[in-house]
Design a protein around this ligand. Structure first.
Ligand code: PNS
Length: 165
């Protein structure tokens, strides 16, 4: 069975991420979405919250498992039996960042290859950064998140008081 890991911060997961997950399922038998911590980032949502948003967003997608992990991607890939990591990119900046991550992860675990997948043209303006900006401004986010996650995210926004308006 060919298993891919799709790792990321997913702060929070967008429809762009979901498109990459769906397209990866054309190549792999199973996709493990790993919600992780990048030490260089500060987050709007906690690991548990990001995991729950990702889990709800992937509900109904067959052969997809969502996990949260605090460790290294190179070690996680071995633990879950993945032969590849898939990362989506929207532009050259994303590509450069992901290529650097891929070199690092391959150095740590040469068994696992990283595949960089260009995003769907229609989704190239969708990002977690844009999503967080809209949340902070109190703007509508329903077009860029999964319908399954709307109620949960709305609850978090109220509970955490992260909307400036
Ligand atoms: O795109 P992201 O949000 O930076 O993805 C997060 C992650 C952890 C997948 C990425 O930063 C990565 O591949 N890092 C490699 C080092 C690692 O495994 N770090 C995790 C603990 S700091």
């Amino acid at each position: 069975m060919k298993i891919a890991v799709i790792p990321g911060s997913f702060d929070p997961m967008t429809v762009g991420h979901i498109d990459i997950i769906r397209r990866s399922l054309k190549i792999f038998d199973k996709v493990i979405v790993a919600v992780m911590i990048n030490d260089k980032k500060s987050y709007m949502f906690s690991l548990d919250e990001r995991y729950e948003i990702a889990r709800l967003s992937c509900e109904g997608l067959e052969n997809v498992e969502v996990i949260a992990d605090r460790g290294l991607l190179s070690e996680l890939a071995d633990r879950v039996g993945a032969c590849a990591v898939v990362k989506g990119v929207r532009n050259e900046d994303d590509y450069r960042y992901e290529a650097e991550m891929a070199y690092y992860n391959r150095f740590k675990n040469p068994r696992v290859e990283t595949l960089i997948m260009p995003c769907d043209n229609a989704l190239d303006s969708v990002s977690s950064t844009e999503l967080r900006r809209r949340i902070a401004d109190g703007r509508d986010i329903s077009d860029i998140i999964s319908a399954n996650a709307v109620t949960y995210i709305d609850g978090l926004i109220k509970e955490k008081g992260i909307c400036k308006k």
